[in-house]
Write a protein of this length. Structure first.
Length: 476
């Protein structure tokens, strides 16, 4: 039974002091009673912690409403003695359908009010941010309806107008895949990002990177989608220029490489005179190296013929041992310049792997080249090929300067050179490329470095029968 129902039942026979003492003696919030002339009749002790005895603390218009309409009203007031906000429920106590007095029960809502104020402050700050960010960012609900966003994002959402680049896009071109993309974000509860070609109303293509991320509630349920669209026409133009340059460079290098191959083949055939056994051996290694360079250039040209830098992997059964021995043969004279010897520990039980011969050889050549370059003079490089569960592993150990842990973590990133760890000049693509190739083969690449100046680089890829997860392409 509510307290005002008790009060109404007691009617005119109420002893207000007794009522307050009985029900509200230890009540932590302020409670008081006024007569129909709005004069304070009684109050509990908590009341006087907030207000003076006059109790002129209430909304007079609200009190008049109680007297006239004989119904409960609620309002908020500020404490006179404390820095608090109170929510007050004022209830009429009736006797013969007339108001005998008014009972007030309060509750401290200071924390809620402060939260509300912070919410509005954050809202204003967010609005200011959205108004001034020169980006297309907006939120939409699960039905694809626009909620809010940056200043000019609604024009993009509704009409396809990119205010920041003054481009009127073809709206149908934007909407062609929108529903399917939104469905994917909602069902998978994951961010998606992609580059999309969108034509404008004149038929001219433009490129945009689109980000779509789920907006989640406290229970991780998707309640909306955050969308960001970024024009990347300039980036695509620069990429096209770079690809053209690299393709031209690769083409220009390919011609002299083919000439070298032909010249060495003629020398080996004895077209220019007989050769000693040692000369034939050296020319044989030179021919293998030139053919490897030609294959690499062909792969490079194939990469840049594809606008996304994707190379198709040509899988076949391979022996890592044979590939390693080929690479050692091509690099042996470079190692001799530093008096570095190369040994290989191999096992006849090593299974074949399933991979792209040119790309896997590229990885081994990168690791061996780095191993020789940074090895101390008069030391040994130890190559080991071994088995782990369902994996064939390649490792290369040399004696070289210690690489700190923080540098090892970033050493496979693009344009982060192994040379930087030794304060030398390097482009920073060899290890990055190697990691991309190994990952595409469903494998992993690793580095270990010890303070006794031993460094180990290596990779692991699945055996032939376990290569079903390997990718069909590699993207650089």
């Amino acid at each position: 039974m509510e307290i005002f129902e008790i009060a109404e039942m007691l009617g005119a026979n109420i002893n207000y002091e007794s009522l307050l003492q009985t029900f509200f003696k230890d009540y932590p919030d302020a409670i008081w009673i006024k007569d129909k002339n709005l004069k304070l009749l009684s109050a509990n002790s908590a009341f006087y912690e907030h207000f003076n005895k006059s109790a002129d603390c209430c909304n007079s218009s609200g009190e008049m409403q109680i007297l006239q309409e004989k119904r409960t009203v609620t309002f908020s007031i500020h404490s006179e003695k404390k820095n608090q906000v109170l929510a007050v429920t004022a209830m009429p106590v009736l006797n013969n359908n007339s108001v005998e007095c008014i009972l007030y029960i309060s509750k401290d809502i200071t924390e809620q009010e402060e939260l509300k104020e912070r919410f509005f402050v954050n809202k204003y700050q967010l609005n200011a941010l959205l108004e001034n960010i020169p980006k297309i960012i907006y939120m939409q609900d699960l039905n694809g309806q626009y909620i809010t966003g940056t200043k000019h994002s609604k024009a993009f959402f509704n009409d396809g107008f990119d205010y920041f680049h003054k481009i009127q896009l073809d709206f149908q071109s934007i909407n062609a895949t929108r529903m399917c993309e939104d469905k994917s974000v909602i069902e998978n509860n994951k961010l998606i990002t992609y580059d999309k070609e969108i034509v404008d109303t004149r038929g001219i293509p433009h490129w945009y990177t689109i980000y779509k991320a789920p907006i989640n509630d406290y229970h991780n349920n998707v309640i909306g989608i955050l969308v960001m669209a970024k024009n990347i026409d300039d980036e695509k133009h620069l990429q096209a220029q770079r690809e053209t340059f690299v393709a031209s460079l690769g083409h220009d290098l390919k011609n002299p490489t083919l000439a070298q191959i032909r010249a060495v083949e003629l020398l080996l055939k004895g077209e220019f005179g007989s050769l000693t056994e040692e000369q034939q051996e050296i020319l044989g290694m030179l021919l293998d190296s030139c053919k490897y360079m030609n294959a690499m250039l062909s792969s490079l040209l194939a990469t840049y013929r594809n606008e996304r830098g994707v190379v198709k992997l040509n899988y076949e059964e391979l022996s890592l041992t044979d590939l390693a021995e080929d690479c050692i043969g091509e690099m042996i004279y470079i190692a001799k310049d530093k008096n570095v010897t190369i040994s290989i520990e191999k096992n006849c039980d090593i299974p074949f792997v399933y991979g792209d011969k040119v790309q896997i050889k590229r990885v081994i050549m990168n690791l061996l080249s780095n191993g020789i370059k940074y090895a101390f003079k008069d030391t040994e490089i130890k190559i080991k090929i071994y088995n782990e569960i369902n994996l064939t592993c390649f490792s290369l150990e040399n004696r070289s300067p210690y690489i700190p842990a923080e540098k090892r973590e970033a050493i496979f990133a693009q344009y982060v050179s192994f040379a930087e760890a030794h304060k030398e000049l390097g482009i920073g693509l060899g290890l990055y490329t190697s990691k991309k190739i190994v990952n595409a083969h469903a494998g992993s690449i690793f580095v270990e470095s010890y303070e006794d100046e031993r460094t180990i680089f290596g990779f692991k890829i699945p055996n032939v029968k376990d290569s079903i997860c390997a990718a069909k392409t590699v993207s650089f």
